[in-house]
Design a protein around this ligand. Sequence first.
Ligand SMILES: [Zn+2]
Length: 150
Amino acid sequence: MAPDVSDTPPPPRSRYAVTKRIEFCYGHRLIDHDGPCRHLHGHNGVVEVEVAAASLDERDMVCDFAEIARVVKGWLDRELDHRMILRRDDPLVAPLSAAGEPVYLVDENPTAECLARLVYEQMHRGGLQVSRVTLWETPSSSATYTRPGG
Ligand SMILES: [Zn+2]
């Protein structure tokens, strides 16, 4: 008897992913936080950028690690590294800027979640087929932003 094809589950969609880790240093503070994070402090952050594809390219790669590093590290070095990341309405923006301190302004509190999404959006805009960004704020604390629908 022929098998009933309607009972056969569809094959899982194949998916490859590669991940690149990049380190950078940043400072921030969280407005309205009731713990020590309301004060200026810094982190040795690690960003993990995952690029995914259903099939491999002609080089049998999802994406060259060097290409991910070039795009991600280029942007991080230029925009976030050794900067104070502050919410746009933080009262410290004006005095720190006046003192010549480099700041990077965001619309929300610069939490690890917010920074993971920021990196995701920048890399997506830069043409990387990024599927996930994890930002490690400390070796034991991370936040992840995943491609919508992915
Ligand atoms: Zn912090």
